[in-house]
Ligand binder design. Structure first.
Ligand code: DCP
Ligand code: MG
Ligand code: MG
Length: 545
């Protein structure tokens, strides 16, 4: 064995959380009567998962419905093709986990890694005797003395706390694995299911890997790699351990050979990468062959409205839309997927509720999508579409209306029909940067025509813009407050009238309640002071204010 493992680092504590029978649990939360019945989740003619009662009858993931029904005639089937509720629950779990660490990495819909090293290091200071919570994989009579044992023990307590919180807040049970790297944590978690947790100490890493038996069960070793390894007779983890490293290197190249070799010994240095919000939100639907453009448009309209619900829940405003199609070629009997995307004008969306488009704006977006479709499909010739998908792939944060005054003004604008918020929004919209792939088209949709704004709404729009931009390039808040405190300016003129900000229409301003006038004037001053600070900052970019 040549590629001897470099010294393993035990400094991290990582928890892997996997939801039990995920889709089935979501359905059981929605309909608790299902809890006592054998339940399968059906997608097309397959059971994609089942609850643990159904598993007692031998129901397995990806079993054909016909086969499953034979095994368990009482099996209750719930359709699980619409992933909406599963996605929503999945994000709720991730959000909850983010309270424990900012290093939370999503893996599929029902798994997350959490790097809890920093909480562990905080807790270790005041821990005298630490008990292990849950199951242990392997022998603990000869634990490593680098400190990892205590850290992992604390990790088991945190894992229990997290699982309890997921249960109490979302009514979902989970399994957890605790280890000093992602690989071991994930495998350990699968050792006791459902609703249990397992810790693995570094001394048992090799034993845990051997317990998998087949190399194909090692997370990270997929079908292609399994086949490649099979070609030199490596089928089990033990085969991999016995293999001459030079032979492995000749087969896979040195980098991949080292990774595979390391994995087989339970070595994994990959960090937990914070996932954050998804980079794209999409849905797709396979269908019986569609060959008429009108039907394509109708199908896309339905997809768009479902997609908007998802985006509405996410809260960000999309900038790019991507169309995916699958074409079936009757001659070659081959299906091909193709995608094309274009930018969309963010002002088409209602910032208060992204999911609700006006009919005009919906048609504009659909027209843009159909243009993409026409670039992918020559509709003058026969075609057969067997899948359509839509996704939004770039986002900007929705501006927040934080202050009561802004809220008041927005309301006021709506009531008075001076303008609408979409147009106010326009001020904040930055030009779309051209996406990098060659498929990308530039802005395909027309910007919403801007109704004439009165001076006052211009002022509000500017004010909102400045308030929002505070989030990204904020001058020191302390400095702004300081300026405010030092300000000797009076808002009252000699007639005891509150001064009208220069950008606002005097006429509209005088109609406002006095306290709102006062607040507006103060806001104007703050904005102006902030401008001063900003321009100072620009002059001295490196100065810490
Ligand atoms: N899933 C799927 N197709 C598959 C496997 C899974 O659509 N081939 C879906 C259904 C599962 C979810 O992904 O509920 C999570 O997959 P898991 O492998 O974690 O399985 P479960 O969470 O259902 O069960 P377990 O209790 O074994 O984790
Ligand atoms: Mg699961
Ligand atoms: Mg899973």
């Amino acid at each position: 064995m040549e590629a001897e493992s470099t010294l393993d680092d035990h400094s991290r504590t990582i928890i892997h959380i996997d939801l039990d029978c995920f889709y089935a649990q979501v359905e059981m939360v929605k309909n608790p009567e299902l809890r006592t019945l054998p339940l399968g989740i059906q997608q097309k003619n397959i059971v994609v998962t089942s609850n643990y009662i159904a598993r007692q009858y031998g129901i397995k993931k990806c079993m054909l419905i016909t086969e499953a029904k034979k095994m368990c005639p009482n099996l209750v089937l719930v359709k699980g093709e619409d992933l909406h509720d599963y996605r929503q629950t999945s994000y709720k779990v991730t959000t909850l986990l983010q309270k424990y660490s900012n290093l939370v990495e999503r893996l599929g819909l029902d798994e997350n890694f959490i790097d809890v090293t920093s909480i562990v290091n905080e807790k270790i200071e005041d821990s005298t005797r630490i008990d292990i919570v849950g199951n242990v994989f392997g022998d603990i009579s000869d634990l490593c003395d680098c400190g990892c044992s205590d850290r992992l023990k604390i990790g088991t307590n945190i894992a229990q706390e997290i699982r309890d919180q997921i249960k109490s807040e979302l009514n979902l049970t989970t399994c957890a694995g605790v280890g000093h790297n992602k690989l071991l944590a994930k495998i350990a978690g699968s050792k006791h299911k459902p609703n249990e947790q397992t810790v693995i100490f570094p001394n048992s890493a090799v034993e845990l890997m051997l317990s998998l038996n087949l190399v194909s069960y090692i997370p990270g070793i997929g079908t292609t790699l399994t086949e490649q390894l099979g070609s030199i007779n490596i089928k089990t983890v033990q085969d991999l351990h016995n293999m001459d490293f030079v032979k492995l290197k000749n087969l896979l190249g040195s980098e991949k050979a080292k990774t595979v070799h390391d994995l087989s010994f339970g070595l994994d240095r990959t960090p937990v990468k914070s996932t954050g919000k998804p980079q794209s939100i999409g849905i797709e639907d396979s269908c019986k062959s569609i060959s008429i453009e009108k039907e394509v448009r109708e199908k896309l309209r339905q997809l768009l409205s479902r997609l908007l619900v998802l985006v509405g829940e996410d809260g960000r405003v999309p900038k790019t839309i991507k169309l995916t199609i699958r074409k079936f070629d009757r001659k070659s009997k081959v299906s091909n997927r193709e995608t094309r995307q274009c930018n969309i004008n963010t002002t088409l969306f209602n910032p208060k509720d992204i999911s609700k488009l006006t009919e005009t704006n919906e048609n504009k977006i659909l027209t843009a999508i159909m243009r993409l479709f026409n670039k992918l499909v020559n509709t003058n010739k026969p075609y057969h579409i067997t899948l359509l998908g839509l996704s939004f792939t770039k986002f900007v944060e929705r501006p927040s209306a934080k202050s009561t005054l802004t809220k008041f003004l927005i309301k006021d604008i709506e009531v008075q029909s001076i303008t609408n918020i979409e147009n106010v929004q326009e001020t904040k919209t930055t030009p779309d940067d051209s996406p990098s792939t060659s498929y990308v088209e530039n802005s395909e949709t027309e910007p919403e025509p801007t109704p004439k704004k009165c001076k006052f709404s211009d002022f509000i729009a500017k004010k909102r813009f400045l308030r929002d931009s505070d989030d990204c390039a904020s001058p020191s808040k302390l400095r702004v407050a300081e300026l405010r405190l030092n300000s000797t300016e009076k808002s009252m003129d000699t007639n005891q009238n509150i001064s009208c900000p220069p950008d606002a229409s005097e006429e509209v301003f005088r109609e406002l309640p006095r306290d709102v006038q006062q607040e507006l004037w103060e806001e104007y001053k703050q904005t102006r002071d902030r401008d001063k600070v900003c321009s100072n900052q620009l002059k001295k970019p490196n100065q810490i204010v």
